[in-house]
Structures are given as C-alpha cells and as structure tokens.
Design a protein. Sequence first.
Length: 172
Amino acid sequence: MTAAEIMVEATLHEGKYAQAFPMFAGERRGAPVTAFLRIDDKPVRTRQKCYAPDICVVLDSGLVTLIPWHSGLKAGGVAVLNWRGSTDTLKIPVELSKLALVDATDVSIKSFGQTAMPITNTAMLGALSKTTGLVKLDSLNVAISHRFSGKIAEGNRAAVKLAYDQTEIVSR
C-alpha cells in the first residue's frame, strides 16, 4: 500500500490524477496485500477492484510462483516482478507486451543494509518507472521525500535508482 500511495503522489506531482486503495486478505503482519492503483489524465472516480488490470507489479518474489498474480491481467499487459531467477523458470499463462524483472530484495539489502528487513516497495517503483514511464524518477523522489526523512528517505531514493538501473525488460 505504501508503494501505491507514493505512486499516487508522484503522479499528482506530474499533473495527472490517481487513486490507490488496498484489499487485505489477512489481518496478520506479513500477510499478502493487494493494492489497486488507477492513473488517468482526468479525475478518477471509480473506486473498486481492478478486475482487468493493464499492469501487475509483484513485490514479493515468493508470490511469483505461489499465487495466480496474473489472474485478470489483460492480454498484452505489463508485468513487473521481483525475481532473481531465470526467465526460463517463469511460467506466465498470459500474453504480455512487457515483462520486467528486478531482484528488488537484493536492491533493498544494498540500499538499507544487511541488517534491515528487505522492504521492496520503492525498489519496485523504480522498476515500474523504467518499464512503463508512468512517472519520472524525480517525481518518485519528491514523493519519497514527502513520506520519509533522513536516512530512510535516502535509502528509499537509492533503492528507486538502483532498481531502475538494474531492471531487465524482456520482450515477449
């Protein structure tokens, strides 16, 4: 949800409209959460689940093979995955226009240190920015600076940039 909220602010910074909201599957810390994000050039009024998204971003590499994250993703859609393995091991049963892969867990460790819990949200925003061009890195950095301060903000800005640089876009 934090990533979606940062993306909303970055989008607003660029003069577009956006809306984000979560859907919780469990009430325990660490349980999978789905967040929906709508971006448009005009005000966004619809506030319901996205049943046929154009883009799917998976922040937790463990979920890539465990859940049907691609369910409903439009044919010709875009997937941005936290993945360190080979593309040969990925089985994606939907036709994509773009598949982007980044080891956001490693990016998080490099950005925040070995002792930090790997939080991949801002790293995945860097990957999303590179893959789609929906927002510029500068806009993400402005949003991060409004949300966090000090070393936390620095680490998040570093994660965005490193993930942007390391994202591999695979043509499908």
